[in-house]
Design a protein around this ligand. Structure first.
Ligand code: GDP
Ligand code: MG
Length: 140
């Protein structure tokens, strides 16, 4: 297994409930290192561009509105097999299906307001990291 980086977003439902530290603890406990982090309030254009892959889905408009409903924390996580490990720590998209002890099981409000985003492949991680971060702002 190689050291990888993945893009994580702590979503507005979680920042609103002051869960940034609790969620970051989950990452660090599992060996994911936070090597870049920034709090931002996404514009509609940014959220639409970030989620462009979902633009034909019925929930796209609602997802974009939710992602712009408050601040988010964008972050780069680094570690062994970071993309897959982060998806494990996050849990399933729908919290009703998420394993016990995962972030989404413990914190998500709904299938949409599910507290965290995580890249789903190393290729998408590279694109999503570049969407938010300059290399100089990632310190491993
Ligand atoms: P993820 O990779 O586990 O985040 O899931 P997807 O890439 O399939 O979906 C992106 C995001 O869209 C999810 O994290 C949810 O916030 C939202 N989403 C996914 N499925 C649904 C749905 O059926 N309804 C609504 N309202 N939102 C959804
Ligand atoms: Mg996804």
């Amino acid at each position: 297994m190689a050291i990888e980086r993945t893009l994580s977003i702590i979503k507005p439902d979680a920042t609103r409930r002051n869960l940034t530290g609790a969620i970051n603890a989950r990452f660090e406990e599992r060996g994911l290192r936070i090597v870049g982090q920034r709090r931002v309030h996404l514009t509609t254009a940014q959220a639409e561009a970030f989620y462009a892959v979902h633009k034909e889905r019925s929930f796209f408009g609602s997802l974009v509105e939710f992602m712009c409903s408050g601040p988010v924390v964008v972050q780069v996580l680094e570690g062994e097999d970071a993309v897959t490990l982060n998806r494990e720590v996050m849990g399933a998209t729908n919290p009703a299906n998420a394993e016990a002890g995962t972030i989404r099981k413990d914190f998500a409000e709904s299938i949409e307001a599910n507290s965290v985003h995580g890249s789903d492949s190393p290729e998408n991680a590279a694109k999503e990291i570049a969407f938010f971060f300059a290399e100089v702002d990632i310190v491993g």
